[in-house]
Structures are given as structure tokens and as C-alpha cells.
Design a protein around this ligand. Sequence first.
Ligand code: E4P
Length: 222
Amino acid sequence: MKLFLDTAHVADIETAHSWGILGGITTNPSLAAKEGLEFHDLIKAITDIVSGPVSAEVVADTPEDMLAQASELVEIADNVVIKVPLTRAGVSAGARLTAEGIPINVTLVFSPAQAILAASIGATFVSPFLGRVDDIANDGLALLAEISEIYEMQGYDTQILAASLRHPQHVVESAKLGADAATMPFDVMDKLFNHPLTDIGNERFNRDWDAYQQSLAERRDA
Ligand code: E4P
């Protein structure tokens, strides 16, 4: 399962990139709005750092307007993936984009039926929003499990991108349920590293190493 960052914040993207674990980026209009940069400049800055897929969302009411935006976004870099909402207009635009060989990520997916629509138009990614399903007291992981089962059964090529993840356990469970990728906020990715026994063990190894070097130095000097 690839690890994606769900952000448009360039400094966080640089940090995660430096960790060597960054498989791609998803952005959305709300995340982009926080950054105070022109959208195209923002996507360019992100694609300058990340070589994996970078999702850039179209925001319009008609397929034609979505396609017009998509045609500009795909010019920014080869790894731009066009994010379309799971609306009638979004699916219509998405179908035309995939027919032209342009990769799409179908977003705002909250049901297995919607995930079937995304696969039927040949989407590269489908993004079920687990956290937002949990927010309304439903079961986001159960949704992912159902989509995973259907995709396996049908042999769909569309990759499942578990989205709207809120904590490390969402990431672990997504991996267990067969998600191809998981996109998460920076703080969730950062928390994947944490374990108190790693900190204690690392501290002890460092201390023992220093003592070992010290004793060798003393023996050399004796
Ligand atoms: C996915 O691509 C979306 O940007 C995202 O995961 C939404 O997450 P949220 O529910 O935390 O806003």
C-alpha cells in the first residue's frame, strides 16, 4: 500500500519526501485554499518535489467546464492526476478524460455503488472517504471492505485510495483491507513512526554505544 499525503502544504510535503516514504499527494479545494497561492503554481510546486501521482481537483458545475480546467492542469506536469467528484457531471467529465488516457481520481465516494461507477469509467483511483463516513456514525472501514471485495470479485483495475484518514489505525486497517494507497494528513503520517519502545531502545543503544566507544578510547590511551 502506497502512502500519500493529503495536503497542499509544501513544507510538509518536503519533509515527508525527505523521509523517502512519499508515494503521492492528494489535494482538494479546501486544502489548496489554506495555502494562499495560485492553484496552478501550487500544483507546480508540489510536482517539482514529488514524482508520484499528484491529484488536482476540478471545480465546476458542468463536464465542459471541468474538462477545460483539466486540460490546463495536465499541462503542469506528467504526474498530475485529475480529481473529479462523484457527481453526474464529474463522472461524465471523468469518462471523457479516461477515454483520452488522462488518469483520474474519483473523489467524494461514500458508497459501494459509487465505487462501481468510478471503476466503470476506468478511473486510476477511487477515493472512499472513511473519516467522513465515521463522522456520521457509520463505518468507514466497512465501506472500504465492501469496495475491496467488489473490486477483487470484478477484477477492476481501479486502485483503491483510502481517504479522509484520521489516525494511524485507519492506515493499518486500510492496508489489511487491501487498499492500494492511503492518503493522510501530515500529522497522521508523522504518527506512523511513533512507538515508545523504539524511543527507549534507541536511547539505550546510543548510551551503550557511547560507553563502548569511551571504554575503547580509554584502553587505547592506557
Ligand atoms: C481525499 O483526497 C481528500 O482530500 C481527503 O482525504 C478529505 O479528507 P477530510 O475528510 O479529512 O477532509
